[in-house]
Design a protein around this ligand. Structure first.
Ligand SMILES: NC(=O)c1ccc[n+]([C@@H]2O[C@H](COP(=O)([O-])OP(=O)(O)OC[C@H]3O[C@@H](n4cnc5c(N)ncnc54)[C@H](OP(=O)(O)O)[C@@H]3O)[C@@H](O)[C@H]2O)c1
Length: 252
């Protein structure tokens, strides 16, 4: 099996760190030109882009802002003239308890839904229009195990936002398949990144390993190859599917 993305342009959100950083490396290794999106960590993003080659460049946007999402997409099209692959990877997980004030609870819900669900939907909408003009394209949305099994009381907004990502992606696959648009969910379990560090600090790695069938925590590099395969066109008849990458947490 050979994956060749040499004539493809990909936008990966949240590519400055963590899972996004591993995804852009995998896509670039397969030959893709990658737009490396970030929010705050410009130095990280620039280091990632310069390590990739293939005309990779950085693009800033706070995805909590509607206008910033639209401008991000326009900037990428301006830079490369086309888009073939959209990976909605950027995400946040904020803790809030039902005993917190209503204003804090609402703030966390709105911010989480804005970044994880609304920005993903907005970028999908823009990509669908672009893909319709170009004759097709691939969307991979990074959800979470939490979308399917729920999360703790403090992370209900996170789980709900990822549930929205799953149903959005399935709807795109159903509605736009005949336009050549393929859409997939990748649903990681616990992955060793900054986002997961709080849990490692609080509970310890041994406790987290107890939830898994495998003996090691999932690394970002364990997620990236599947994303590249789905983006390659070799798995198109799996459109609409969700791929669990969670070290066997459901079968354990
Ligand atoms: N780690 C896990 O255990 C795990 C499990 C399941 C699912 N996931 C999902 O996998 C994806 C990547 O997670 P990760 O663990 O790699 O996260 P991470 O290490 O915390 O990195 C988050 C990325 O998202 C960007 N970002 C954060 N807030 C943003 C905003 N308001 N606007 C635009 N970009 C923003 C960050 O950009 P800056 O660096 O510029 O701030 C960074 O590139 C997320 O969707 C997450 O929900 C993660």
């Amino acid at each position: 099996m050979k994956i060749d993305l040499a004539d493809k342009v990909a936008l990966v959100t949240g590519a400055s760190r963590g899972i996004g950083k591993a995804i852009v490396k995998s896509l670039a290794d397969a030959g893709a030109t990658v737009a490396v999106h970030y929010n705050r960590n410009v130095a990280y993003a620039e280091a990632v882009a310069s390590s990739l080659g293939n005309q990779a460049a950085v693009f800033q946007a706070d995805l909590a802002q509607i206008k910033a999402c639209e401008e991000l997409f326009q900037e990428v099209i301006k830079a490369y003239g086309r888009l073939d692959i959209l990976i909605n990877n950027a995400g946040i997980a904020q803790l809030v308890s039902s005993s917190d004030s209503t204003s804090k609870w609402i703030r966390v819900w709105e911010q989480t839904m804005a970044v994880n669900a609304r920005a993903t939907a907005l970028l999908c909408r823009l990509a669908i229009r672009q893909f319709q003009e170009q004759g097709g394209g691939h969307i991979i949305n990074i959800a979470s195990r939490a979308a399917f099994r729920g999360d703790t009381a403090e992370y209900m907004s996170y789980a709900a936002s990822k549930g929205a990502v799953v149903s959005l992606t399935r709807s795109i696959a159903r509605a736009y398949g005949k336009d050549g648009i393929k859409a997939f969910v990748v649903a990681p379990g616990f992955v060793r990144t900054d986002m997961a560090q709080d849990a490692v600090n609080s509970y310890g790695e041994t406790f987290i390993l107890g939830d898994l069938a495998l003996g090691q925590l999932t690394e970002p590099e364990d997620i990236a190859p599947m994303v590249t395969l789905l983006a390659s066109g070799l798995a198109d008849h799996a459109t609409g599917t969700s791929i669990d990458i969670n070290a066997g947490s459901y079968v354990h």
